[in-house]
Write a protein of this length. Structure first.
Length: 440
């Protein structure tokens, strides 16, 4: 039955927020905003056009049958709406599409464009109504129905109605419409709900569609299961999950870190030390994560080569925390001069506020000996460095730039796994590079 585009159509009540109760911290109702609508407008255009082409709507324009009259391309207003999208004026685009829809309630593309625009503008309830009415039509092709159902699932996601989105995506995946996108939608839901068992199942079903292997993600899901098993004091289940993680991704540094922590907790210091040192091979940037455990294992084993081990790690990767640990060990064993030499040598090549702050700390006594004026100046510099240090991110996502002061194995912003890493110090170019730059 054709949709009536009367005013009452857009005055529907907001859907009840019967979102599934969150199972974990990742489960939350997401809200959109105008900014998102504006930036998403261009994306929408590129989203709609290939879908239209794939579903044969544009081909249908060449067919002078009854569908021809519904082709939006025949109406210059449709292109006017698209131009508004290109100009990042979604509000004007919505006005145009609303008028188009009022004139011809049959036009599928216009309704899809409107639904997407409303959702991207944060008006999920309006988007839901549009897509629900679209699906209620009995003259949609299978492709059009699949696309509209997927869009409705996206609306539910935006509204936080994860249960409804899950049912829709499951049905789409079953009947083979929009299967890959539906499976990715399911994966998104299960990740939000921290339902790692379901994530593993969906990842298996996604394998045939994925250009790149999902090994890294599957290993991370297994690591999440291992962490859960540790929390419920089930080390055997944790070890089984870690073994599966390493089977699917032998380079999974997280699995090695967890295994090392478990070995240390069990009192198996030799195994823990070997595992923590393996972290340096798998992902040297993660060494700071295991540094306290590594030093504890060395100390409890009665090893006297702490400085040599730390110096070996520092030689492999520029790492502020490793340099700080090394300088502290040198301070204890040989005194301040050795510690200051290590910090100074490191700071000559790396911009690292934490190392600079420690060096200034060690030099405070020297400055005080030079008199009150020198001590005051050194104190001011020290205060500035300390202030800057509090604003320095400790971790950053390599993919989207999200910064944090705690490690997230899944980036909270772009949702990628393993992309948030300890921030590397900025390198200071050597004299040769500086000379080349001056000549250029
Ligand atoms: Zn990110």
């Amino acid at each position: 039955m054709p949709v009536s585009w009367g005013r009452e159509y857009f005055c529907t009540q907001r859907p009840s927020r019967s979102a599934r109760p969150p199972r974990g911290q990742g489960s939350r109702v997401r809200a959109g905003g105008r900014g998102a609508a504006v930036s998403g407008a261009l994306l929408l255009l590129f989203l709609l056009l290939p879908v239209a082409a794939a579903s044969g709507w544009w081909l249908a324009r060449r067919d002078p049958g009854p569908r021809a009259r519904t082709a939006p391309g025949a109406d210059p207003d449709f292109f006017r709406g698209i131009n508004y999208l290109l100009d990042e004026q979604p509000d004007k685009a919505i006005d145009v599409f609303l008028k188009l829809a009022a004139v011809d309630g049959e036009t599928v593309e216009t309704h899809l464009a409107l639904g997407s625009l409303f959702r991207r503008r944060g008006e999920a309830d309006r988007a839901i109504r549009i897509h629900q009415n679209l699906i209620a039509r009995d003259n949609l092709s299978a492709e059009q129905r699949g696309y509209a159902l997927f869009e409705l699932g996206q609306d539910y996601m935006r509204a936080g109605l994860l249960d409804r989105a899950e049912i829709l995506f499951q049905e789409l995946a079953e009947i083979g419409l929009q299967r890959e996108r539906a499976l990715r939608g399911l994966l998104d839901i299960y990740q939000q709900e921290r339902d790692w068992g379901q994530c593993l199942e969906v990842a298996e079903r996604l394998k045939p569609f994925s250009e790149r292997p999902l090994a890294a993600e599957i290993a991370q899901y297994q690591c999440e299961l291992a962490e859960e098993a540790r929390r419920r004091a089930d080390p055997d289940a944790a070890r089984r999950a870690l073994a599966r993680a390493q089977d699917v991704d032998p380079q999974c540094v997280r699995a090695t870190i967890i295994e090392g922590q478990m070995a240390l907790a069990d009192g198996d210091r030799e195994a823990a030390l070997a595992l923590f040192l393996r972290v340096a091979d798998q992902g040297a940037r993660y060494v700071p994560e295991v540094l306290p455990g590594l030093m504890q294992a060395l100390e409890e084993l009665g090893r006297t080569d702490l400085i040599a081990v730390l110096a070996g790690l520092a030689a492999r990767e520029s790492s502020g925390p490793v340099i700080l640990a090394l300088s502290e060990a040198q301070l204890q064993e040989s005194g301040a001069a050795a510690a200051k030499a290590t910090l100074t040598g490191y700071l000559a090549r790396n911009v690292d506020l934490a190392a600079l702050e420690r060096l200034l700390d060690l030099q405070a006594g020297t400055a005080a000996a030079l008199g009150a004026e020198a001590a005051y100046r050194a104190g001011v510099v020290h205060g500035v460095v300390r202030h800057l240090l509090t604003r320095q991110p400790v971790y950053q996502c390599d993919h989207c730039g999200f910064s944090a002061r705690a490690l997230h194995w899944q980036c909270p912003s772009c949702k990628r796994w393993g992309t948030v890493q300890p921030v590397q110090p900025e390198r200071i170019p050597g004299d040769e590079v500086l000379r080349e730059r001056r000549l250029a």
